[in-house]
Ligand binder design. Structure first.
Ligand code: GRF
Length: 201
């Protein structure tokens, strides 16, 4: 059983998919808190509806990035998660935040990294004309969309795809990939060798 904290900023469909997997017994985990930096995020409403410990830490009400992160860290330290899951969390974490939880913060990105980091990854994929894109679950390091990769899933890019249609098909795979990656972390020890995440003794 792993303890998971979720950070989100919006819709929260990845959070919901993880919570659904836990509820149906497909993932041996417990969500110990959900934190949103946006009070209006639908995801935090879902967290409340589902009786999770839901916290809004609105970054606009803090004087600095550091002050905002300190409050998020205070909540996390109390919740004692094994892993922190970024699920559409639209804030960059500072290096000192990441250093507090080395190889314990996960992110999902809607492309096959290292292709198309940053915003609008699905639009970047369509514009570039790649035939395959997908999604990546990775550990967060101090660089954007760059940490060691835990799991990836491919998605075919169709000739008539728009960023929106591709994003919708990638999202389905994101939900499965996040549950799969957390399942790996729940079931087996891992080590990070160079950039590689290796599971097993
Ligand atoms: C997903 O596409 C994820 O890859 C990206 O932000 C989006 C979040 O969607 N990081 P949701 O809030 O989980 O529905």
């Amino acid at each position: 059983m792993i303890r998971i904290a979720v950070l989100l900023s919006g819709r929260g469909s990845n959070f919901t998919a993880i919570d659904d997997a836990i509820r149906r017994g497909a993932l041996d985990a417990e969500i110990v808190c959900v934190i949103s930096n946006r009070p209006e995020a639908p995801g935090i409403e879902t967290a409340r509806d589902r009786q999770h410990h839901a916290h809004v830490v609105d970054h606009r009400t803090f004087s600095s990035r550091q002050a905002h992160e300190e409050e998020v860290l205070r909540i996390l330290d109390t919740a004692r998660p094994d892993f922190i899951v970024l699920a559409g969390y639209m804030r960059l974490l500072s290096p000192s935040f990441v250093a507090r939880y080395p190889h314990r913060i996960l992110n999902i990105h809607p492309s096959l990294l290292p292709s198309f980091p940053g915003v609008d990854a699905q639009a970047q994929a369509v514009a570039h004309g790649v035939k395959v894109s997908g999604c990546t679950v990775h550990f967060v390091d101090e660089h954007l969309d760059a940490g060691p990769i835990i799991a990836q899933r491919p998605v075919e890019v169709r000739d008539d795809d728009t960023a929106e249609t591709l994003a919708a098909r990638i999202l389905v795979e994101e939900h499965a990939a996040y549950v799969h990656a957390l399942g790996l972390l729940a079931r087996s020890p891992f080590r990070v060798v160079g950039r590689r995440v290796v599971f097993g003794e």
